[in-house]
Design a protein around this ligand. Structure first.
Ligand code: FAD
Ligand code: NAP
Length: 536
C-alpha cells in the first residue's frame, strides 16, 4: 500500500475503531483501518487471562447504535467473560462486513501532517504509506501493557505472562507454582482462577485495592425482558448530562451512620461497581468515603480467615473508588485456600527475580511461572508509541510532555484533522466505555460530514481553548478525592509520567460537545487548504 490515498484512516480495531470504520463508510468515505493484532476486539482480543470479564453489566456494555444487533445478540451472563465479549466483537465485524476495511498485524509507526495538502501520511511497520485527510486514533486507553523493570527479570527461566497480552491458546497452570505480581482489576479477576488450577500461588501485592463482589449470574429471559422494558429510559439517560461519574453528583448532606451502613449492605448484596453510586458525594466527601471504605474493610475481615492476611488486603492509603474499583468473584475468599500465600511488598519489597524464584528482602519464593498483572501505560501509552508530527513539524510527544492535553479529549492543538476516541480530557475510563466510544465516534463523524459539506479541509483545536479545557478538567478533578490516590488515572503507575488526572469527571460533557458542534465547532479553527483543494 505505498502511495495509497483514502479519505480516512482509523488506527485500532477495538470497539472504538470498528464503530468508527462503520460510520465513516456509511458517510461514503473511503476508509482504511490498521490494527496491530491479528483480529478485531482490542481489549478483548489481548486480555485473555483466566477470569477476564467486564465489570459493567453486559446488557449495558454493548453497542446501542444498531437495533438489529441489539435484537439478535443475547448475552448469557450478567458480566460476560472475555471469550463471549470477543465473540460479540467478531459478530459485529462479520455482521457489518468490517474486516475487509482493516489491515491486521499492521502497527502504525508514524503519522506526519502535510500542511500543503491538509492530509496525514501514515507509515506502518509493513512499509505501507497511506495518505488520508482524516486520522482517527482508536488506539485504546488500556492497550499498552507494562511490566516493571525488576532486577533480574530477564534471567527468569520459567514461563512469563502479562494479563494484557495473554497467549491465545490459554495457559495450563496445573502442577505449577505461580507468582502473580499485581492486585488491580486484572490480578483480582485472575488470582481465584489461577489458584483453582495451580499447585501453589504466591501473590505479590504492593497496594491492596477495594473490590466488590460481582455476584455474577446467568441472564434469564426475565432479565432480558426487564432490560428491554427500560431500554428507552436507559438510552435517554446515556444521552443526557449524566455521562461520567460526575453527572448529577450534587453535594449532599452527610447521611447518618445507620443510613450509610444500610445502603452499603444493600449494595454489597447486589454486587458490582454500582457500590460507588451509593451517595452523590462518595467521591467528594472524605467523611462519607471513609465510612464506605471502613465498611469494605470490615467485609474483608469477615471473608478472610487469617486476620493478618485480612489486614494486609485492606486498603488504607487511598479513598475508595479513587483507584478503579475492582469487581471480583471469590477474590478475598481465595486467600483462605491452603495453596495461596500473600506477600506484602510494603513490608518486604521484591529485590530481584532469579532464574527460578522471586526474592524479597525477607524470603525467596521458588516459582515455575510469573504472571504480571501490572497494568498499562494508560490513556497516553498507545498514542506516544507513534511518532506523530503536526503543523510545523510539531512533535506529539513534546506536546504531551507535561501530561496529555486535548480539547474535549477529542483533538489536540497543532495536530489538525486528527481525532482521539475517548482521549484524555473526556469521561472515557470513568464511564461505560462503549457509551463514550459511541458518543465520540458520532461527534467525529458529524464533524467530518460538516467539513465535507462546507468544502473545508482542515479543523484544528485552538491552543487557548484547549488550555482552558485542560484547566477545567483539572479544576473539576481537584474538587474530588481522585487526586489523593497514586492511580493510573493520575499517571502514577509509570515512573516519570507526569501526575495529571487524565479523564474528565465533570457533568454535562455530551451537552458541551453538542454545543461546540452546534456553534460551528467553537474553539476550533476551520479552513481550506487552498482555493483548488477538493474536500475529501
Ligand atoms: P481497545 O479495545 O484498547 O483497542 C485499541 C486497539 O488499537 C488495540 O487492538 C490495539 O492493538 C490497537 N492499536 C493501538 N496502537 C496501535 C497502532 N499504533 N497501530 C495499530 N493498532 C494499534 N471498560 C468498560 O467500560 N467496562 C468494562 O467492563 C471494561 N473492562 C475492561 C477489562 C479489561 C481487562 C481492560 C484492559 C479494559 C476494560 N475496559 C472496560 C476498558 C476497555 O478498554 C474499553 O471498554 C474498550 O474495550 C476500549 O475499546 P477501544 O476500541 O477504545 O480500545
Ligand atoms: P492496574 O489497576 O494498574 O494494577 C496493576 C497492579 O500491579 C497494581 O496492584 C500495582 O500496584 C501492581 N504493580 C505495578 N507495578 C508493580 C511493581 N513494580 N511491583 C509490584 N506491584 C506492581 O492494572 P490492571 O489490573 O490491569 O487494571 C487496569 C485497568 O483495566 C483497570 O483499572 C480497569 O479499568 C481495566 N480492567 C477492568 C477489568 C474488569 O473488571 N472489567 C479487569 C481488568 C482491567 P500499585 O497499585 O502499588 O501500583
Amino acid at each position: 500500500m505505498v502511495g495509497a490515498e483514502v479519505d480516512a484512516i482509523v488506527v485500532g480495531a477495538g470497539f472504538g475503531g470498528m464503530y468508527q470504520l462503520y460510520k465513516l463508510r456509511e458517510l461514503g468515505l473511503k476508509v482504511q483501518g490498521f490494527e496491530a493484532g491479528t483480529d478485531v476486539g482490542g481489549t478483548w482480543y489481548w486480555n485473555r487471562y483466566p477470569g477476564a470479564r467486564c465489570d459493567i453489566p453486559s446488557l449495558f456494555y454493548s453497542y446501542t447504535w444498531s437495533e438489529e444487533l441489539q435484537r439478535e445478540w443475547r448475552w448469557t451472563e450478567k458480566y460476560a467473560a472475555q471469550p463471549e465479549i470477543l465473540r460479540y466483537a467478531n459478530h459485529v465485524a462479520d455482521r457489518f462486513a468490517l474486516r475487509p476495511l482493516i489491515a491486521f498485524e499492521t502497527p502504525v509507526l508514524s503519522a506526519t501532517f502535510d500542511e500543503a495538502a491538509d492530509r496525514w501520511r501514515v507509515v506502518t511497520d509493513r512499509g505501507d504509506e497511506v495518505s488520508a485527510r482524516w486520522l482517527i486514533m482508536a488506539t485504546g486507553c488500556l492497550s499498552t501493557p507494562r511490566a516493571p523493570a525488576i532486577p533480574g527479570v530477564e534471567s527468569f527461566a520459567g514461563e512469563t505472562y502479562h494479563t494484557g497480552a495473554w497467549p491465545h491458546e490459554g495457559v495450563d497452570f496445573s502442577g505449577k507454582r505461580v507468582a502473580v505480581i499485581g492486585t488491580g482489576s486484572s490480578g483480582i479477576q485472575s488470582i481465584p482462577e489461577i489458584a483453582a488450577q495451580a499447585d501453589q500461588v504466591t501473590v505479590f501485592q504492593r497496594t491492596p485495592n477495594f473490590s466488590i463482589p460481582a455476584r455474577n449470574t446467568p441472564l434469564t429471559d426475565k432479565d432480558i425482558e426487564a432490560f428491554k422494558a427500560m431500554y428507552p429510559q436507559y438510552i435517554a439517560m446515556i444521552k443526557g448530562p449524566g455521562m461520567g461519574f460526575g453527572g448529577g453528583s450534587a453535594e449532599l448532606p452527610i447521611p447518618d451512620d445507620e443510613a450509610q451502613r444500610k445502603r452499603y449492605e444493600e449494595l454489597w448484596a447486589i454486587g458490582g461497581a454500582g457500590f460507588l453510586a451509593a451517595w452523590g458525594n462518595l467521591l467528594t466527601s472524605i467523611e462519607v468515603n471513609d465510612r464506605a471504605a471502613g465498611f469494605v474493610r470490615d467485609k474483608i475481615g469477615e471473608l478472610v480467615s487469617d486476620p493478618a492476611t485480612a489486614e494486609a488486603l485492606s486498603p488504607r492509603d487511598h479513598p475508595l473508588g479513587t483507584k478503579r474499583i475492582c469487581v471480583d468473584t471469590g477474590y478475598y475468599e481465595t486467600y483462605n485456600r491452603p495453596n495461596v500465600t500473600l506477600v506484602n511488598l510494603r513490608q518486604t519489597p521484591i529485590e530481584a527475580i532469579e532464574p527460578h524464584a522471586v526474592r524479597t528482602c525477607a524470603a525467596t519464593y521458588e516459582v515455575d511461572a510469573l504472571v504480571f498483572a501490572t497494568g498499562f501505560d494508560a490513556m497516553t501509552g498507545a498514542m506516544l508509541a507513534i511518532d506523530i508530527k503536526g503543523v510545523g513539524g510539531a512533535d506529539f510527544r513534546e506536546a504531551w510532555a507535561e501530561g496529555p492535553k486535548a480539547y474535549l479529549g477529542l483533538a489536540v492543538a497543532g495536530f489538525p484533522n486528527l481525532f482521539l476516541i475517548t482521549g484524555p480530557g473526556s469521561p472515557s475510563v470513568l464511564s461505560n466505555m462503549i457509551n463514550s466510544i459511541e458518543q465520540h465516534v458520532e461527534w467525529i463523524s458529524d464533524c467530518i460530514a460538516y467539513m465535507r459539506e462546507k468544502g473545508l479541509t482542515r479543523i484544528a483545536a485552538d491552543p487557548t481553548t484547549q488550555e482552558a479545557w485542560v484547566d477545567h478538567v483539572r479544576q473539576v478533578a481537584d474538587k474530588t478525592l481522585f487526586p489523593r490516590a497514586a492511580s493510573w488515572y493520575m499517571g502514577a503507575n509509570i515512573p516519570g509520567k507526569p501526575r495529571v488526572f487524565m479523564p474528565y469527571i465533570g457533568a454535562g460533557y455530551r451537552q458541551t460537545c453538542n454545543e461546540v458542534a452546534a456553534e460551528g465547532y467553537r474553539g476550533f479553527t476551520l479552513g481550506k487548504v487552498h482555493a483548488d483543494a477538493h474536500a475529501s
